[in-house]
Design a protein around this ligand. Structure first.
Ligand SMILES: Cc1cc2nc3c(=O)[nH]c(=O)nc-3n(C[C@H](O)[C@H](O)[C@H](O)COP(=O)(O)OP(=O)(O)OC[C@H]3O[C@@H](n4cnc5c(N)ncnc54)[C@H](O)[C@@H]3O)c2cc1C
Length: 188
C-alpha cells in the first residue's frame, strides 16, 4: 500500500506466500477492498525491466485473463493474495507407486514426499506424468496376479447406514474428501 518492496520477487512460493500474509496481517499493510485484502504485484515493472512486449511474450495467458476484466497488466499492477494452490503432502508410496494398503496405487497430488518441503514451480507434472505412468504400469502388471472378489455396492449401503445411525440428514450421495467450495461471483 506504501509502494514499498517487501520481498524479493524471485523467492520460493512458501516464502512469497508467507511474506504477503505477514505484510497484510502482522505489519498491518496491504490494500483493503470490499473483497478482502491484498498486495500489488508490480507487473508494469516486468515491461520496464524486460522491455516492451515482454509480458505478451512470456505470460500471454495471464495478460489475456486479466484483459477480459479490463485490466491491462502491462500498464497497471494487479492485486494478489495467496490461496491454496497445491497440497504438499499426502499418502506414502513405495517406488512402484503402491501405498501401505496392498494393491492400492496412488499418483499425483494425493501422494506426499516427492517434492520435499517445497515444490518447484511447474513441477507437478512430475507427480502426474512420471509417477502416474509408473503407478499405472505397475498397477496394470500387478492386476494380472490379483483375484478380484465379486464387485458390489455394499460400501454405499454401509455409508448410508452410518449416516443414518449418526442422525445426519444430507443430500450427499457418497463420501466426500473435499469441502464445498463456492465461487464468489462479482456482479459489479
Ligand atoms: C490454479 C492452479 C494453477 C496451477 N498451475 C500449475 C502449473 O502451472 N504447473 C504445474 O506443474 N502445476 C500447477 N498446478 C498444480 C497441478 O494442476 C496439480 O498438482 C495437478 O493437476 C494435480 O493432478 P491430479 O491428477 O493429482 O489431481 P486433480 O487434477 O485434482 O484430479 C483429481 C480428479 O479427481 C476427481 N475427484 C475428486 N474426488 C472424487 C471422487 N470422490 N470421485 C471421483 N472423482 C473424484 C476430481 O474432480 C478431479 O478431476 C496448479 C494448480 C492450481 C490449483
Amino acid at each position: 500500500v506504501n509502494g514499498e518492496v517487501f520481498m524479493h520477487p524471485l523467492e520460493t512460493r512458501d516464502v512469497s506466500a508467507a511474506s504477503i500474509i505477514r505484510e497484510c496481517s502482522t505489519n498491518g499493510n496491504g490494500v483493503h477492498t470490499d473483497d478482502g485484502v491484498g498486495v500489488w504485484l508490480d507487473t508494469p515493472m516486468i515491461e520496464l525491466k524486460g522491455g516492451e512486449g515482454t509480458i505478451e511474450k512470456r505470460i500471454p495467458a495471464m495478460m489475456r485473463m486479466f484483459g477480459k476484466y479490463g485490466i491491462d497488466i502491462r500498464k497497471e499492477p494487479i492485486l494478489v493474495y495467496p490461496t491454496l494452490h497445491y497440497q504438499n503432502g499426502g499418502l506414502d508410496i513405495k517406488a512402484d507407486g503402491m501405498t501401505e494398503v496392498e494393491n492400492l496405487y496412488v499418483a499425483g497430488e494425493a501422494v506426499g514426499g516427492i517434492h520435499g518441503r517445497n515444490r518447484l514451480m511447474g513441477n507437478s507434472l512430475l507427480d502426474v506424468i512420471v509417477f502416474g505412468r509408473n503407478a499405472g504400469k505397475n498397477a496394470s502388471e500387478k492386476s494380472k496376479s490379483v483375484d478380484v472378489a465379486d464387485l458390489t455396492l455394499s460400501h454405499v449401503d454401509s455409508f448410508e447406514a452410518e449416516i443414518k445411525d449418526a442422525g445426519i440428514e444430507t443430500e450427499v450421495v457418497s463420501p466426500k474428501l473435499l469441502p464445498d467450495y463456492t465461487r464468489k461471483v462479482n456482479n459489479k
